[in-house]
Design a protein around this ligand. Structure first.
Ligand SMILES: Nc1ncnc2c1ncn2[C@@H]1O[C@H](COP(=O)(O)OP(=O)(O)OP(=O)(O)O)[C@@H](O)[C@H]1O
Ligand SMILES: Nc1ncnc2c1ncn2[C@@H]1O[C@H](COP(=O)(O)OP(=O)(O)OP(=O)(O)O)[C@@H](O)[C@H]1O
Ligand SMILES: [Mg+2]
Ligand SMILES: [Mg+2]
Lengths: 227, 227
């Protein structure tokens, strides 16, 4: 499903080059459950954003289902993201003036789904992440962990084929975090390809395999049976 | 240092009362190191924000160093926070157009400290959280864990007498998280009173004692020796 070849991502700050990712290559098969771990600043979010077509690499090629992503214009990329990819952002990106319900329903608005169906599905998704009694709260009327769960519900509402989760349990207590991972793993069991960036070793060890990043490189690959 | 009596914090959403904190009472002595744990949405950030004089309770009294906080106007509260309290926010609150250096220096600007001293101390503080090579980056040029570390450096730069940390290691890998907690504990050893909200049991068990929140109440108090 995902074929990365010699991906580089660099920036320039104060005239100096900064390498977020250096020559990264990896294949991820449909239906896999891959965890990405590594120190703060090692390039995990950068890698996930490139896979999610939210960031263009500086060098290298990315084939998504055998299609060369660099050949797609912004409109085509946006369509691809909308229909195929669910993204749980590390910094949320919720709409401040919409309620939890409105935020979760937003992808369905873009897909032209009628209002009554949107309401029903958003309500159900929020229930599945333990927020049934917070559906009418706006983001600033929610705890940070509750906002994170709204982001999770929004990411899975369109039943994407690829789920990219950047620290999905980072602001959750152990119990809530486990409930979330069980929910996501049940979706993976039904065929959802899942890539999870995490600092939590309990989350990482539930994946099929783990990519360990260090200073912009994949420094280690661990197979499920070796964890 | 901190005396909370029958603190209640409630909101109204859609005509319904929401209790973030219900009848909470606790004393915290100068120099203590207290952890606050509990499920997502249980009231931890609300409690910390009231202690930090960022949020006024709906009911109850709060004495900070024997002074009734409810009798202080906004100007006096702002002075108190500026000079005595360092706050590591769960959602950062960095200034987007300032660099890491500028963000860390901001409390010193308010205190009238001269530019050369601000530069030197901000540089040193960022070095102590592992960001020596990121000082000129703005928040959107930093990873989320790097932003969190800028927030930590900013919170300790004015050598406050009380440090309030809301999930200080939430976006950090285990190693970076340990380095941060060792830094904060070294300050506690020198007399800094510290209250840390955390979902990480490894962080919680390093405190003198732990308050366990549940649905807006302190449901359990654990002494250091019993952890
Ligand atoms: N402005 C508000 N209006 C209405 N309800 C609110 C508001 N702020 C917080 N709440 C509610 O108060 C409760 C406590 O929120 P708080 O942020 O203190 O939780 P928390 O323990 O810090 O959670 P987390 O671990 O997710 O950060 C939550 O259920 C939240 O929905
Ligand atoms: N726009 C940018 N300009 C310059 N440098 C950047 C930019 N975005 C990211 N970086 C740098 O690239 C590196 C990788 O960032 P990335 O966000 O991928 O890290 P991460 O592994 O997700 O970290 P964390 O665990 O803290 O979230 C970091 O050192 C960061 O400072
Ligand atoms: Mg990241
Ligand atoms: Mg909180």
């Amino acid at each position: 499903m995902i074929e990365l070849q010699h991906i580089v991502k660099s920036y320039e700050v104060g005239g100096q080059p900064i390498y977020a990712l250096r020559d990264t290559s990896e294949s991820i098969q449909t239906g896999e459950y891959v965890a990405i771990v590594g120190p703060s600043g090692s390039g995990k979010s950068t890698l996930l954003n490139i896979i999610g077509c939210l960031l263009r690499p500086s060098e290298g090629s990315y084939l998504f289902n055998d299609e060369d992503v660099s050949q797609l214009d912004d409109q085509a990329l946006s369509q691809l993201r909308q229909h195929q990819i669910g993204f749980i952002f590390q910094s949320f990106h919720l709409v401040p003036r919409l309620t939890a319900l409105g935020n979760v329903a937003l992808p369905m608005v873009f897909a032209g789904i009628p209002a009554s169906e949107r309401q029903r599905r958003a309500q159900e998704a929020l229930g599945s992440v333990g927020l049934a009694d917070r559906v009418h709260h706006r983001p600033n009327q929610l705890s940070v962990g509750q906002r994170q769960r709204v982001v999770i519900a929004r990411a899975i509402i369109m039943q994407p084929s690829l789920l990219l989760a950047d620290e999905p349990t980072g602001n959750l207590d152990t119990h809530s975090g486990q409930q979330i991972m069980e929910l996501l793993e049940s979706l993976n069991a039904k065929g959802l390809t899942m890539i999870v960036v995490t600092h939590d070793s309990h989350v990482a060890r539930r994946a099929n395999r783990v990519l360990v990043l260090g200073d912009g490189n994949i420094v280690k690959r661990i197979q499920g049976k070796d964890m």
